[in-house]
Design a protein. Structure first.
Length: 301
């Protein structure tokens, strides 16, 4: 992995880790539906501007069903569930629970393909459950009213991401940028019905709107561009490394900017979940870039 791609990887992890902080700031004021409507709309407008600049068509007539399915399971539904949970849970807890996404993806993929899971996957699943139990059991946030429902919402959001990842592996291939762009417009339409059920409980301030704008443009629009560039340059397996790094940034931003209390159980739970994720996905870190760095040749892809 080149130095440039390594920087992109850490930047992406920092951005996605920051999304939980922004949701924690804005969700209690805007409510989940209004916040996510802003998020997907801002992302769609940003990606639409990029598409016009790069002259990248969406081919709506050919792929509208694909965009709707991807928009539902990869954006609209999980975003709403995360925003719902962000009214109660801390950004740190949200970030760690989100790290279970690859576990769900592997299990759904196994069911979809009707393949028996290996012993390694079973151990990884048990570790993932243990890490979540440790985090939830010791974190004071879990004692708040509605915390149980919020935790279920986060795990359901991660489950949705697992559905989306399985679907994209079996669907007709669509250009990655078009996937991101088209799914954001589809999500914008899909979130509209939720506005009737979750009106904004508070009055938006400039700071709240800035958090919503950051969620849309930075944490969705720019993050997608970085992610798909990484997949193109280093492959999906190496790009998956972001799953193991973003929880650490989620914990860091929550501690620095939201004064969240982080205990030993936070890091222990995160480490166990990440280890379980690595076992389930069969992830093997590529340390070739580190060896090249030691030889002074990290700039070579």
């Amino acid at each position: 992995m080149s130095t440039a791609n390594l920087l992109r990887l850490f930047l992406l992890a920092a951005i996605w880790g920051g999304s939980f902080m922004f949701m924690r700031i804005a969700a209690p004021v805007l409510g989940p539906a209004v916040l996510i409507q802003y998020r997907v709309l801002f992302a769609a407008l940003f990606l639409g501007a990029i598409a016009l600049l790069l002259k990248k068509p969406l081919h709506w007539r050919a792929h509208w069903k694909h965009y709707l399915i991807l928009g539902l399971f990869n954006s609209a539904l999980p975003f709403l569930l995360f925003a719902f949970a962000a009214r109660t849970l801390s950004a740190s807890v949200l970030a760690v629970l989100n790290a279970t996404t690859p576990i769900w993806g592997a299990l759904i993929g196994a069911v979809w393909s009707r393949h028996m899971v290996s012993a390694r996957v079973v151990v990884g699943l048990l570790l993932g459950v243990s890490g979540v139990a440790l985090l939830v059991g010791f974190d004071h946030v879990s004692a708040r009213p509605g915390a149980g429902l919020a935790i279920a919402a986060v795990l359901s959001a991660s489950f949705c991401y697992g559905i989306a990842s399985t679907y994209t592996r079996t669907a007709v291939p669509v250009e990655p940028f078009a996937n991101a762009h088209g799914s954001m417009w589809a999500s914008t339409l899909l979130v509209i019905p939720a506005l009737a059920f979750f009106p904004a409980p508070g009055q938006a301030t400039a700071g709240i709107m800035a958090a919503a704008l950051a969620l849309g443009v930075v944490c969705s629009g720019i993050a997608y561009l970085l992610y798909f560039r990484l997949i193109q340059d280093v492959g999906a397996t190496s790009a998956l490394t972001v799953t193991f790094i973003s929880p650490l940034f989620g914990i860091l931003w929550g501690t620095l900017f939201l004064q969240e209390i982080v205990g030993w159980y936070t890091f222990a739970g995160a480490a166990i979940v990440i280890l379980g994720t690595a076992l389930v996905t069969g992830f093997k870190p590529d340390i070739g870039w580190l060896k090249r760095l030691a030889r002074g040749g990290a700039g070579t892809a």
